[in-house]
Design a protein around this ligand. Structure first.
Ligand code: ADP
Length: 462
């Protein structure tokens, strides 16, 4: 039995570029969009892109305002909102929030809270992958309780190892340990960092892979058990375990490797009966073996590249799935895996207000002049990139995502270069020169870069 619950109003519990991205999807679906904003964001552009906006988080810190779960749900109820889209970051992976939405009769646009619970903990999700027959990085799939256990398990695993926070995200609570001497101080500092960031300090151990590639698969599932993948993205260009440039397809993969990775992504998503948009992340080692690391139950920053090659609007898909439409409905129009035929190549560059010459220190102030790039094959997703915009120190330094599409990888890279050159930003420093160095690097052009690429090439910073 398919029940469709039509949304008239959707609240977006987020800010900046992703809030605007979701408002646009709502508008195109004929849904009224509701924004929330903190005191610090009262002049932010995203507010004006929604049909209505409400201030939240009085007396709270700039970040905590967007984490005020009870207040956001109360507001949603008071304004007659049927559903909340959490975007990425903030409350997007908060199980208690998803549950509270469900209990308040508001649809959380994402998977169910039970699925989030199962996937949010990296130890649990690795166990689910093992059970589903999806390879994972060898390690100890349980929280390490004591220093003695840390020593014992690290030795059993064999150095170098990676200490990881079970609740991890954004590279926090993650440490590479190369020998016993480093272990205890790193274990204790990872625990402290995890406690501060997530409130949970469970740390587990896995083998540290030298120079892997990060390959992830976008999946989409409806409420009736239908599941498809939208192929892979190569997110190996990272700085301190954070993605900087992402592209699709991953040109280093053979057809067989691609098939195996996408098949395993579906296996895992199927095993947890996944619904909505999600991303299954793998590391690929130098021998071409792939290993599951985690599944993200939310929209990701880099979803744009997949949209460009598949033509599928992933945010609209999330909203339609949450309303109860099956994948093969007129509205979603995804008639099975075979109907998904990616075309061409897409590359996304994250332009941030950071100064690459000074250790990527965030820069703040007023953008005194801004000229955007445009033209065939260029897509921009931004939140605060315009003349007179104030870049505050309170939030993420992402300014605008520049996504280039073309019929070959080289042409897409050339097009991204052209767009970055065309873009003029005065008043605050950005990482654009660094992004251009990445795009121009001969190794980038072969698609072979691994996660060590930026650290190994300090010249990229000049
Ligand atoms: P987070 O959720 O904090 O972003 P992930 O588990 O997604 O952390 O890992 C982020 C990045 O850290 C990966 O893309 C990879 O570069 C690196 N990484 C994670 N686990 C390992 C590992 N076992 N060996 C080597 N690198 C790793």
């Amino acid at each position: 039995m398919k029940t469709i619950r039509t949304f008239k109003r959707v609240l977006v519990a987020n800010r900046g570029e992703i809030a605007i991205r979701i408002f646009r999807a709502c508008k195109e679906l004929g849904i009224r969009s509701v924004a929330i904003y903190s005191e610090e964001d009262k002049n932010a552009l995203f507010r004006s892109k929604a049909d209505e906006s409400y201030r939240i988080g009085k007396g709270k810190s700039p970040v905590d305002a967007y984490l005020a779960a009870d207040e956001i749900i109360e507001l949603a109820k008071a304004k007659g909102v049927e559903a909340i889209h959490p975007g990425y970051g903030f409350l997007s992976e908060n199980v208690a929030f998803a549950k509270a939405c469900e209990e308040a009769g508001i649809v959380f646009i994402g998977p169910t809270h039970e699925m989030m619970e199962r996937l949010g903990d990296k130890i649990q999700s690795k166990l689910a992958a093992n059970q589903a027959g999806v390879p994972t990085i060898p390690g100890i799939e349980k929280a390490i309780e004591t220093k003695e256990d840390a020593v014992k398990y690290a030795e059993a695993c064999g150095y170098p190892i990676m200490l990881k926070a079970a609740a991890g995200g954004g590279g926090r609570g993650m440490r590479i340990v190369r020998n016993r001497k480093e272990l205890i101080p790193q274990f204790l500092s990872a625990k402290r960092e995890a406690k501060k960031a997530f409130g949970i300090d469970d740390i587990f151990i896995e083998k540290y892979l030298e120079r892997p590639k990060h390959i992830e698969v976008q999946v989409l599932g409806d409420q009736y058990g239908n599941l498809v993948h939208l192929y892979e993205r190569d997110c190996s260009i990272q700085r301190r375990h954070q993605k900087v440039v992402e592209f699709t397809p991953a040109i280093c993969l053979t057809k067989e490797q691609r098939q195996r990775i996408c098949r395993d992504a579906l296996k895992l998503a199927g095993a947890v009966n996944y619904r909505s948009a999600g991303t299954v992340e793998f590391l690929v080692d130098e021998y071409g073996g792939h290993y599951f690391i985690e599944m993200n139950p939310r929209i990701q920053v880099e979803h744009t590249v997949t949209e460009m090659t598949t033509g599928i609007d992933i945010v609209q898909s999330q909203i339609l799935i949450a309303q109860g439409y099956p994948l093969n409905s007129e509205e979603l129009n995804i008639k099975g895996q075979e109907s998904i035929e990616p075309r061409g190549y897409a590359i996304q560059c994250r332009v941030t207000t950071e100064d690459p010459i000074h250790g990527f220190a965030p820069d703040t102030g007023i953008i005194t002049a801004y000229q955007s790039a445009s033209g065939f094959g260029i897509r921009l997703d931004g939140g605060n990139a315009f003349t007179d915009s104030e870049i505050s120190p309170y939030y993420d330094s992402l300014l605008v995502k520049v996504t280039a599409w073309s019929r070959s990888f080289t042409d897409a890279a050339d097009k991204a270069m052209r767009a970055l050159r065309e873009m003029k930003i005065k008043g605050v420093k950005t990482n654009a020169p660094f992004l251009m160095n990445v795009l121009n690097h001969p190794d980038f052009r072969t698609g072979s870069c691994d996660t060590g690429f930026i650290a190994d090439n300090p010249k990229l910073l000049n």
